[in-house]
Design a protein around this ligand. Structure first.
Ligand code: IMP
Ligand code: MG
Length: 189
């Protein structure tokens, strides 16, 4: 795995969450989900692409006969802001009627994306739906009553990349989470 001296780390102003901190939280969350869903076989829904790195680590920390589904949605807007309009780009492969669904996201920002998604999945007859997110930016929430069941890290209102999160599709492969230097997006936008 690349270390913090890697070339792509030069575009960060600072590291916000280290790979060690992430690993510890993922382990803790895996144990919590294992306890809470004992006797059940939850459907873990990965929200592509941002949730993918977190998802693959998290499922391996859960000692249950879970199943995995992948879903891609796009919310229109610029590379650093959502517009609130959500479109399903890749849907689930199996139906979720009567299933206990756990949505796994990279970050909850305005909450618009997840709120839409949760509504959509509950209409399909899931027995329960919980939301798990790696990061939460509570300061930017627009959907005030969206319940995030578990958030690994609350972060300030800064644009972050790494561990699945992108800027213009890049930086997802950073093992740590860092603040992207504004120089990178001021150049482009
Ligand atoms: P929301 O609908 O505003 O909650 O948007 C959430 C989505 O916006 C996430 O799934 C990310 O794809 C993207 N996003 C929000 N903040 C960041 C960030 O700081 N870095 C990278 N992507 C972000
Ligand atoms: Mg994104």
């Amino acid at each position: 795995m690349i270390d913090v001296n890697g070339t792509i780390y030069q575009d960060l102003t600072k590291i916000l969450v280290t790979r060690e901190e992430i690993a510890a939280k993922v382990k803790e969350l895996g144990e919590l989900i294992t306890e809470e869903y004992r006797g059940k076989a939850p459907v873990m829904v990965c929200i592509l692409k941002g949730g993918a790195v977190f998802f693959t680590d998290l499922v391996r920390a859960i000692d249950l006969p879970l199943t995995m589904e992948f879903m891609a949605i796009s919310s229109y807007g610029s590379a650093t802001k959502t517009s609130g309009v959500v479109k399903v780009v890749k849907d689930l492969d199996n139906d979720i009627v009567g299933k206990d669904v756990i949505i796994v996201e990279d970050i909850v920002d305005s909450g618009v994306t997840l709120n839409y998604l949760k509504g959509m999945l509950s209409h399909r007859g899931a027995a329960s739906i919980k939301i798990v997110t790696l990061l939460d930016k509570p300061a930017r929430r627009r959907v005030k009553d969206l319940k995030v069941d578990f958030s690994c890290f609350n972060i300030p209102d800064e644009f972050v990349v790494g561990y699945g999160l992108d800027y213009d599709q890049a930086y997802r492969n950073l093992p740590d989470i860092g603040v992207l230097s504004p120089k990178v997006y001021e150049k482009k936008e």
